[in-house]
Design a protein. Sequence first.
Lengths: 107, 113
Amino acid sequence: AQRVTQPEKLLSVFKGAPVELKCNYSYSGSPELFWYVQYSRQRLQLLLRHISRESIKGFTADLNKGETSFHLKKPFAQEEDSAMYYCAANSGYALNFGKGTSLLVTP
Amino acid sequence: DAGITQSPRHKVTETGTPVTLRCHQTENHRYMYWYRQDPGHGLRLIHYSYGVKDTDKGEVSDGYSVSRSKTEDFLLTLESATSSQTSVYFCAIRRHEDTGELFFGEGSRLTVL
């Protein structure tokens, strides 16, 4: 079955520490992948998609086809990065989301 | 983003009552979606639409119906609300058909007592 897996429900890091949010997918071929962010009780916002390879708010994500992963990384976490992060894959007609990882950055 | 609004933003209702949530877009896009967001489940697709009167089911469509009589409005109806339908509901639009990227509304928080 096509699936997006985010193994960590909660990730807590100190300000200034590196952060990596994990995402694995079980799609065949080369799916279109995204990371979305949701700040407290706000709408989901696109953080990045693998096709554009842009770095937004210092975050990057590399598609590893061998490991079927699309992990989100940032070298130095900031307190304002505290939010819910969702990995998603294009299923052809909609986005299929992982269950999300809550990132908490503490001072 | 402007261009997609949901109403009501908050609603408390009782078990067994009908509820309709509205998603309105001002940009004339073909694809519209309804997701529900629940802790531990992430976002799950309820229904989607690919044009006026063209809709299809998502993974959690039981207990929900939708209608799209005009391009700008996509309605989600709970015919007889249950406590398990307490959730935050998000509408989304696809602005560019060459990508799966979605733009979301601000959400509608529904509590069923």
